[in-house]
Design a protein around this ligand. Sequence first.
Ligand code: B12
Length: 243
Amino acid sequence: MEQPLFRKWRLPWRHRMQPSSRGHRELSQEVVQKAVSLGASLAGIADADALGASPSHRAQPVRWPPGARSAIVLALAHPPQQLQLDCWDGQPGGTPGNRRLIRSASALVRWLRQRHGTAVRIMPYQIEQGGVFLKDAAVLAGLGVMGRNNLVVTPEFGPRIRLRVILATAPLAPTGPLADFSPCEGCPEFCRRACPQDAFRSGRYDQRCCLCQMWGDENGATSNEDGSISYCRICEMACPVGA
Ligand code: B12
C-alpha cells in the first residue's frame, strides 16, 4: 500500500483552526515573514491545486501528496558576488546555496508544526524523486514571471535565485501571481544572445543545447580548483533585471 506522504496530516488542528479568508491572508503573511526571517531572500504561497494544474505539471504529472492545499515557495538570491553558493561540491544537498535553502525550509517546517500544528513536507529537488516544478510554483506564488531565458525573473534579483518548495495541508492565501511586471518586454534579449550554445536559436529554449554545455562544464570547462563544478549561468548573469 502506498505510504501517506503527510504522516501527520490528520492532526486536530483542522478542527481547531478553520481560518476565515482574512485569517488565511494573515497566516500567509506570517509564514512569508517567518521564511524571510529564517534566511529566505523571497517567499510566497501558491495554491496547491493551481500548481498541480500548471503548465509543467500538466505536461508531466507528478505524484501529488494527498491533502496538500498550499505550496510555500522559498527563494535564495545567488548574486554574482557569491558564485560559491552555486558550486556543486559533491556534498549532500549539492551546493552551499541549496543547503542554505534546505536549512531555512527545515526551520520553517519545525515552526509551522510547533506553532500551527500544520502538516508540512519539504519537496525533493529532482522531479524523479517526487519533487514539484519549482519555477511554476514560484510564478504562481508571485515571486516573479517566466522570462525569455526560460527562468523565473524576479523584480529584486532578476533570474539569479534558487528555489525550494514546502507543501502544507493548511489553506494559506496565495500571494501571486504578479501583476504589472513584464521585464522582458522590449528587452533586446541579452540572455538569449549570450548563450554559448545558442540554445534559443529556434525561438524556444532547447534543453539539449543546455545539457551539452553542462556536460562540457563537468568535463573541465568550468571545474574549480577544489574539484567542484560551476555550471554555466550566462543566461542568468546577462539579465539586467535586479542587477
Ligand atoms: C531538469 C532541470 C534542468 C535541466 C533541463 C531544464 C529544462 N528547462 O528543460 C538542465 C540540466 C538542462 C537545466 C539547466 C538549467 N537549470 Co535547471 N532545473 C531542472 C529541474 C530539476 C527540473 C526542471 C524541468 O525539468 N522542467 C521541465 C521543463 C519541460 O520545463 P521548462 O523548459 O522550464 O518549461 C516549462 C516552464 O517554462 C513552464 N511555463 C511556461 N510558461 C509558463 C507560465 C506560467 C504562468 C507558469 C506557471 C509556468 C510556465 O511550462 C513549461 C513546460 O513545462 C529544476 C528544479 C525543479 N524541481 O523544478 C531546475 C531549475 C529549473 N534549474 C535552474 C537553473 C538555475 C538552471 C541553469 C541556469 C543551470 C544552473 N547553473 O543551475 C540552467 C538554465 C537553463 C534555462 N535557461 O532554462 C533553477 C531555475 C531558477 C530560476 N530563476 O528560474 C531551478 C528551479 C533549480 C533551482 N535550484 O532553483 N535544468
